[in-house]
Each structure stands twice: as C-alpha cells, then as structure tokens.
Design a protein around this ligand. Structure first.
Ligand code: PMM
Length: 279
C-alpha cells in the first residue's frame, strides 16, 4: 500500500526535476529566479508530471554545501506559488528545517537524498507532518562522495544500508506506507555500481517498498555514450538514454522515475503501462 499523499496514476510515476540552484550538474543556474523556476514547473506539470521535485542545494559530486537560510530562500517562494496553483510538490532536501519550511509552503512529500542520515531531526519532522519520505541510499556529503564508492557487493550493501534507514524511520514513528526507497544512482557510486543496481532493481522492488530511480542525465550515462576518444557525452545528449532507463525501470515495476525531461519519460512509461508490464 502506498501513502495517500503519493501519486498513484496507475502507471509508473514521473517526477520532474526543478533545481533552483546555480550549480547543479545539468541544469544549474537555469531556474534561479522565482519566475523561471515557476514557469518551468508549470511546463512539466502541464506535460503530465505527477510530482515536481524542488531542490535548493546542489548534490553533484564535489559541491559545497549552502546555508539553510539560502536553501529556504531559494525554494520557499517557488513552492508557495506552485502549491497554490495545485502543482504537487516534493522537496529535495536533507535538512529538517528546510523540509519543515517547504511543507509549510505546501510541499507534500520529502525527498531526502541522505535517507535521514544527514539530519537527525528529519525523522521527527516527517513523522509529525505525516507525509511520505523518499529515503535514498547515501554514504556522505558531495565533497566526500567519490571516496566512499567502495563495495564488494554493491547490490547487497546498498540494500542492507537502505534497510537500516527504513528501520530507523519506522522506529522514529514514520509509518511503513510513508516510505519510498531509492538506490541513489551516482551517489558514492562509480558507473559499474550504477549499472549493477539497475540490473538488480528486482532486489529493491522485492522489498515491498515503492522504488524511485533517479538516472536522469547522470555521469554513468555520459560514460556509456562517450565518443571515440573517451569524452563523456554532455548531459543534454543523455535524454534518449534516460528515457530508455525509464522504460526498463517501469517495466521492472518501479514506483517512479525522477527525470529532467518529463515528456520523453512520460511517453516511455505510458508505453510500458499499455504493454501491460508495469506495476
Ligand atoms: N539525484 C539527484 C538529486 N536528488 N533524489 C532522489 N530521490 N534520487 C536521485 O537519484 C537524486 C535525487 C541529483 O541529480 P540532479 O542534480 O540532476 O537533481
């Protein structure tokens, strides 16, 4: 069973990415003004996105942290305006204070890339607000992330570490149906780890929790599509491959995909639903 605040469109959910940041790896700086951010969210919503994921802190490898006040100032007016217009919003933050401000402004889902590890107060905020919580697999902040990508069995270790986060959330009073899990592609992972996690999505789906996959435009796709001298394909040339991953992930039965290009992935998951293999 999924939480009443999680969209359930009868096919794989498509979550559109809205980074209100100057430095995210593929869309940083594009939607820094409130108007640009709001317009882009409306475009994604009009295309049929089920959820718009609003974030005010870049999590790309190596990124420096921003102050919580800055994070709040970036996202709060955007969330207020969008939720007032009926757009369903998740907030992409690992800070309890920021999540609280976003929920007050009208967000209805918390997307925490640290799975509750970065801020010990996050579980209390989510439990009190009675909202869904996306727990992503994470091993440390952006500046340390690459040095933490060491695994002997990436699928088993990510699964076990996610289950620790699920147990901690439940112990803190978060109901099971409020939890979504995410293997955290690109976060303390090298490309072979990302591919192994995708190849074994059934392990995560088999846990019974809804699974979200965030592959959109990530480095492992750029490396796969590198040119003859090994230069990775730039992020804006990774959209068709992203949609291919959405297709395969939806066919496996994931709950949702988090993407920049909503139109392509929506087409993909609609095909899967019609084909009859989704969910
Ligand atoms: N990836 C990014 C940011 N937030 N949230 C979830 N749940 N899963 C992800 O894979 C994820 C995320 C980084 O990508 P971006 O800079 O393009 O937003």
């Amino acid at each position: 069973m999924t939480h009443r605040l999680l969209p359930d469109p009868g096919r794989c959910v498509v979550m559109g990415v809205l980074n209100v940041t100057p430095d995210s790896f593929s869309d940083g700086g594009r939607y820094l003004s409130v108007d640009d951010a709001v317009n882009h969210a409306h475009e994604m919503w009009a295309l049929g996105a089920d959820l718009v994921d609003v974030g005010g802190e870049s999590t790309r490898p190596g990124a420096e942290r921003v102050e919580p006040e800055i994070e709040i100032a970036r996202i709060e007016p955007v969330i207020k305006e969008l939720s007032g217009a009926g757009v369903r919003i998740s907030v992409d933050t690992m800070r309890a204070r920021v999540a609280e401000a976003a929920l007050r402004a009208g967000a209805t889902v918390v997307n925490d890339v640290s799975g509750g590890l970065a801020d010990p107060d996050m579980a209390r905020v989510v439990a009190n607000a009675k909202v869904p919580w996306i727990l992503m697999h994470w091993r440390g902040h952006s500046k340390d992330m690459n040095s933490l990508a060491n695994y002997t069995d990436v699928v088993g270790e990510v699964r076990a570490e996610l289950h620790q986060r699920i147990d901690a959330a439940i112990q803190a009073g978060v109901p099971e149906e409020a939890i979504v899990i995410d293997p955290g592609l690109g976060f303390a992972k090298q490309a072979p780890h990302d591919w192994a996690l995708l190849r074994h999505l059934d392990v995560f789906i088999g846990s019974g929790f809804p699974v979200l996959v965030g592959a959109s435009r990530k480095r492992f796709i750029g490396r796969l599509l590198a040119d003859a001298d090994g230069t990775p394909r730039p992020p804006d040339g990774r959209e068709d491959a992203t949609a291919a991953i959405s297709t395969l992930a939806a066919a496996k039965g994931v709950w949702g995909v988090r993407v920049h290009d909503v139109a392509r992935s929506l087409d993909a998951v609609r095909v899967v639903a019609e084909w009859g293999t989704c969910g």
